[in-house]
Structure formats: C-alpha cells, structure tokens
Write a protein that binds this ligand. Structure first.
Ligand code: GLN
Length: 435
C-alpha cells in the first residue's frame, strides 16, 4: 500500500468510528492536506529520496503546535487558536516525511488521567469501549489502538503517555527529561513535561523517538544524544519495588517478570524505594504552581478568552490551587518542600540503579473505570501513583502490553537510568516477544 492509499484507509476508519460508529472521539481535527502531502511523499519514495518516516501516519496531541492546525489543548480557551508555527518535534517529523493526519483529543491542558476532562467530549477506549482510555493523552493512544494512524505524539508530565498506553494495550514511551525538545509544547508543568510517543510496537516507537530527540537551541534543557539502538543484553538484574496495587494486576506483572527472568537467565532483586508512596503528594504542588504560572498568558488579550472564564473544573482547581500555593511560598511552605521531596525520590532511584539495571512495575495500579462512573479526585490522582516517580526522577519509562484482565489491557512499566533509553527499549523488546 502506498502512502496515499494508507492515508485514505485511515481517513475512512476515522470517518467510520471517530464521531460515529464506535464513537471513539479521539480526533478533534483532521489535517485537510494529508492526502496531498501523501502524494508528494509517494513521489519522493519513487525517486528514493524519502526520509525515515516516509509512509508513517501520525496523530498529534492537541497541546503541540502544528502550523495551520488547532492546538486547542481540548479547551474552550484555545478553541480558535490556529498554530502559527511548528513545534521542534513536528519540524523534525516533517523533515523525515512523516504525515500528520490530525490533532488528538486529550484532557484539557493535559490535566487528567482519564480523558474525561476534555471540553470536546470524552474519548472511548477502543479495546474496552465502555471504559475510559486513560489520559491525559487519551486521543493519541486511542487513535493508535483504533487504527486511525500508525503512531502518535503525546506529552507525559506524570504519566499521560504511559497511562493511556497501558489502558489501550499499546506501547507508550516517556523519554528522559531533556531528551526531546519541548519547544512548541503548551506547558502543563515545565520542569516535568516530556514529549514522547505511542506506537503499535517497540520498533515504531524507537523509530519515532530517534527522529524527535536531540539538542535544540530553543529548549535549553535538551542534550545531545546518539542514536538509540536495541542492544544485545547479557545478564540483567531486574529491580522490583514493593508498591501498592490491585492484586490481580500485581500477580499478572509478577508472572511476566518471572517468565522473562527464567527465559533469559536474568536475576530479580527486591528493591527499596521508601518514598515512592509520596510521589502523588509531591507531584501536585509542583504541577499546580507551574501550571498557574504558565497560564498567566491566557488572560484574554492574546488568545481571545480568559482561561478562568472558559476552562473546565479540573483546570480551574489547578489555577486556584496554584495561586494559593504561590501566595504561601514566601514561607517556602509547599513548592519548596515538594522540590525537596522530588530530590529525595530522584536520589532513591539513582541509588537503586547502582544495584540493578532496570526497574519494573505495573504502569497503572488499577483497571480503567467505566465511562460515566463517578470517581473521587483523590482516586483520579492515584491512577498516576506508579508513573509519577519517573517524572520526578527525570528517568525514561515505557509501558508495554502485558496481557489482559477481564478483557481489559494491562501494561507493564520498564524504567531505566537517565538517558539509558537503549537498555529500556532492549528489555521492552524482550517483553514484546513473550508469547
Ligand atoms: N494525570 C496527571 C495530571 O493530571 C498527569 C498528567 C500528564 O502527565 N500530563 O497531572
């Protein structure tokens, strides 16, 4: 199938099941030029002049700028915002001939874990239609799982890539903080945000990550890095921390870890991360304050609407909470304390990685709830209890499908040292190959 036919096939599937049929509601806007672009890329392929992403069809989370399209952040606040420029990751994708087919639904301003906080309606989980797909990159994950595209971009501040990847039964990668440029990403929390990718297999995820990563002068937190490759693994020591989790999920993940260890003659070691249970409490003060600060530009003058007057409940909670915490900050009460706790957790991971090569645990401690079920805010925040630690520690983490419980996908999370994406992918690929 050439690129043009592939785009047509995906567009037909979107037409059939996005707003109608299964009503997945993963895509907010279609790129009207996708077919035209595909035609040009097919010509390049014929002349053997095409880039590394030629033939790949990509959906982008609506908080990443794609020139000419609408990065609404699934919010009424930015409903009419037409991106005047491309984020660095988009520039790189286009340079390698990837096609952006559309913009994905998400939780408003990436604030959420379920996909229910979008101003444009909830997204359905393509693999369990009566359940949430997870969030906040709900539409990106659902698009891949629903066969609307090959791959997708998302952002992960506390779990927003790994969480929906786990619930939707696909691969989701959160890279090391600083591996991928955030230029052109609309911030949730600039000290924790990362842009990463979704794919149907590790090979495609790696392909996309290798394209979007690298130093960018427009984001001073980025680093130079060499190509990430799958390496031949000899002896691996897997670190398994003690965590709070639904019993069935825990058993499934433990089984998988045992299986891989036996098959490859790897070792398993129990590790101690004593403050991992404080991750959620550490994360939210940081996010509230940084989000509050980041949203001050949405005061109605430049983007049309004032955020406080146009946003949903969760976003408003964060703005008001962030404002309160900022006021109390001259006492160094919450934000500074949270930064200290972040450092502590980061240190614990660094120490653990002196003893083990890789840390493995479930991606999400519970199964996704049913659409319409009322969830307490505390329970919603707890969805990310096992993903937030990687953001606080700035390390890479990937979610790989591990199996199903009651026919609902469950992901296994593999974490590595900062900038050791190579080991993370190499181990992930082994899990992918398990029968
Ligand atoms: N669920 C978390 C939150 O609401 C994570 C969001 C994210 O990673 N963007 O902040």
């Amino acid at each position: 199938m050439n690129t043009q036919e592939k785009v047509k096939k995906y567009l037909a599937e979107i037409e059939k099941n996005n707003k109608r049929g299964k009503n997945i509601n993963a895509i907010l806007q279609i790129n009207p030029h996708a077919e035209e672009e595909a035609k040009k890329i097919d010509e390049k392929i014929k002349k053997r002049k095409a880039g590394k992403l030629a033939g790949k069809i990509i959906v982008v989370k609506s908080n990443i700028n794609v020139r000419g399209l609408n990065a609404s952040c699934a919010s009424k606040t930015l409903e009419n915002y037409k991106c005047p420029y491309n984020a660095s990751v988009i520039e790189k994708i286009k340079k390698q001939d990837g096609i952006i087919i559309g913009m994905a639904n998400c939780d408003e301003f990436a604030s959420g874990s379920s996909g229910e906080n979008s101003a444009f309606g909830i997204t359905r989980n393509p693999r369990a239609l009566d359940r949430i797909p997870g969030g906040s990159s709900s539409g990106s994950a659902a698009s891949v799982a629903a066969e609307f595209c090959d791959m997708a971009l998302g952002s992960d501040t506390g779990g927003s890539i790994r969480n929906p990847a786990s619930h939707c039964g696909i691969i989701g990668v959160k890279p090391t903080y600083g591996l991928v440029s955030r230029y052109g990403l609309i911030d949730l929390s600039m000290s924790l945000d990362t842009i990463g990718c979704f794919a149907k297999n590790t090979k495609d995820a790696l392909l996309l990550l290798n394209i979007i990563k690298g130093k960018d002068n427009r984001d001073s937190t980025t680093y130079d890095s060499r190509e990430i490759k799958i390496e031949k693994l000899n002896k691996i020591k897997i670190g398994v921390p003690d965590i709070k989790c639904d019993e069935n999920i825990k058993n499934l993940i433990d089984e998988k870890i045992k299986e891989i260890a036996v098959k490859n003659k790897w070792e398993i070691e129990k590790i101690n991360l004593p403050h991992i249970n404080l991750a959620v409490e550490t994360y939210y003060p940081l996010v509230y304050v940084e989000f509050f600060s980041g949203t001050r530009k949405f005061d109605g003058r430049r983007f049309g609407k004032k955020i406080e007057e146009s946003c949903g409940e969760e976003v408003l909670r964060r703005i008001l909470g962030g404002s309160e915490i900022s006021k109390a900050e001259y006492h160094g009460k919450y934000y500074r304390k949270a930064l200290q706790a972040k450092e502590l957790i980061k240190q614990e991971f660094e120490n653990a990685f002196k003893k083990v090569d890789i840390i493995i645990m479930p991606t999400i401690p519970k199964l996704p709830h049913k659409i319409g079920e009322k969830i307490q805010i505390k329970d919603m925040y707890n969805y990310d209890a096992l993903t937030i630690p990687a953001n606080l520690s700035e390390i890479p983490a990937i979610s790989v499908p591990a199996g199903k419980i009651n026919n609902i996908p469950v992901g296994i999370q593999i974490m590595a040292k900062r900038f050791d994406e190579e080991k993370m992918f190499s181990v992930a690929e082994k899990f992918e190959k398990l029968p």
